[in-house]
Design a protein around this ligand. Structure first.
Ligand SMILES: [Zn+2]
Length: 58
């Protein structure tokens, strides 16, 4: 499994529909959309990474 260069947490790479790879947290979350649909998905790692601010500056 890949590791975040900023905080060392384990991450998984998810390919988005437009072909980009996005780092996400490994555990799946159940979310509810604004339309009331239940979605199983992952949280993008930059949303939870304590070092995310470092990435944005680079
Ligand atoms: Zn991180």
């Amino acid at each position: 499994m890949a590791k975040c260069k900023g905080c060392g947490a384990e991450i998984v790479w998810i390919r988005t529909p437009n072909g980009k790879a996005m780092p996400c947290d490994p555990e799946k979350k159940v979310l509810v959309s604004d339309e009331g649909e239940i979605i199983s998905g992952r949280v993008p790692h930059w949303a939870t990474c304590p070092a995310a601010n470092k990435f944005r500056k680079q």
